[in-house]
Ligand binder design. Structure first.
Ligand code: ZN
Length: 387
């Protein structure tokens, strides 16, 4: 077993999770289709040499992204505010005004548009899953050019003062090669700043955000392993920090010519979190199993809020059928669809006016106030369980 960051032979598996849907965020238009989705196993390995955590059972050939994939978080005001303040901060910090910005894996271009609007920049987005109808609805302005392809050295003619890459690196099977390819593509812009954002594995290991373990993610980075990856790939790391209540990890870097010291950064804390994880995971899982059986015994009407990765993983972990009947999501593209693996119907918040649930499972505490406000407006008295 070779570590994908430092190539050492030392990684060993410390946690296993079987039978998880390959995709949490596919749109399943029928219940049968949702129940029949293909599944895979997660075997988390830890490299004691560079602190990296990854799924050593990951089979990239099983994943094939299509436009049926929907993971935009931009429907939530809370998330919009976060993204917009992030765009502001980066533009200000690196003085990205009237410049060129590349967004690798730009999704539907929401974040790129923010960076361009706030700094009057010209944006180039790369994403094979971009939906063409977005060009017609006016949300893609003349300052944005979206290329429906993966970013690679063949696009080195596109200039960048800032290269963003958010929630992409964790999906890449060969992260070292991916970073090398970005390095090659940017050779003519040595002054360009890179801004990467990934899920923070410490949120899972330290804060027990255990529903973030999904098959689509090959790598689970912490500030040490991502710094080691960037250094090994010829970048100078300018900053790393956590955002979104510790759930995300950001790294800022630029190309360097200096031959980097090959010394890898390590952390005893991370090794400790890894060694405690299996036991703490089991404890957390048990406590939710108890709550779910109480709901069943008392015939309570329960729904879960958020048909994103966390919600889908929670439902599949417990193979939930009747205890939670519906999943609420504010993304209209998900409403009317069914949850991969467990088959619950995804509904809009409005549905709750009639359904009047007794319990709402909230998958992400960060959205709690937003949800509470909506329920107050509906005059629904409901118990919240933050997962
Ligand atoms: Zn390693």
């Amino acid at each position: 077993m070779k570590c994908p960051v430092c190539e050492s032979d030392s990684p060993s598996v410390f946690f296993e999770m079987d039978d998880v849907p390959l995709f949490c965020n596919i749109l399943c238009s029928t219940k049968d289709y949702a129940l029949a989705v293909q599944k895979g196993d997660i075997k988390l390995a830890f490299c004691g040499d560079c602190m990296h955590v990854y799924n050593s059972d990951f089979k990239p050939e099983l994943l094939d992204y299509t436009p049926e994939y929907e993971n935009s978080l931009h429907f939530s005001n809370k998330f919009q505010d976060y993204a917009s303040s992030l765009a502001n901060t980066i533009v200000e910090k690196y003085n990205i005004q009237n410049k060129s910005v590349i967004d690798v894996g730009c999704g539907q271009g929401d974040f790129l548009k923010m960076v361009c609007d706030v700094g009057n920049n010209k944006g180039f987005g790369f994403d094979p899953s971009f939906r063409d109808e977005k060009r017609q609805d006016g949300s893609i302005s003349a300052d944005l050019e979206i290329i429906k392809d993966y970013y690679s050295p063949k696009y080195s003619n596109y200039s960048a003062d800032l290269l963003c890459c958010r929630h992409v690196l964790e999906h890449i099977f060969e992260p070292g090669q991916f970073m090398q390819s970005i390095r090659t593509a940017l050779q003519n812009r040595k002054d360009a700043v890179l801004f990467f954002e990934v899920p923070n594995v410490l949120y899972t290991l330290r804060d027990m955000g255990i529903w973030d373990l999904i098959y689509e993610h090959y790598s689970y980075f912490n500030s040490f392993s991502i710094t080691n990856l960037f250094k090994c790939s010829g970048f100078e790391v300018l900053d790393t920090y956590e955002t979104f209540a510790g759930q995300f990890l950001c790294i800022e870097a630029r190309l360097t010519d200096n031959s980097q010291s090959s010394e890898l950064m390590i952390s005893e804390d991370i090794s400790n979190y890894v060694s405690l994880f299996q036991k703490q995971y089991a404890e957390k899982k048990d406590s939710f199993a108890k709550q779910l059986s109480e709901i069943k015994e008392n015939n309570l009407k329960a729904v879960l809020w958020g048909a994103g990765s966390k919600g889908v993983t929670f439902l599949n972990t417990f193979k939930i059928k009747d205890e939670i009947q519906y999943i609420v999501d504010i993304n209209p593209r998900k409403q009317g669809m069914f949850v991969a693996g467990t088959g619950q119907k995804i509904i809009s918040p409005d549905f709750l006016r009639e359904f009047k649930p007794d319990v709402i499972f909230i998958m992400n505490a960060i959205y709690r106030n937003e949800i509470q406000k909506m329920m107050d407006e509906f005059q629904i008295d409901v118990k919240f369980l933050t997962v």
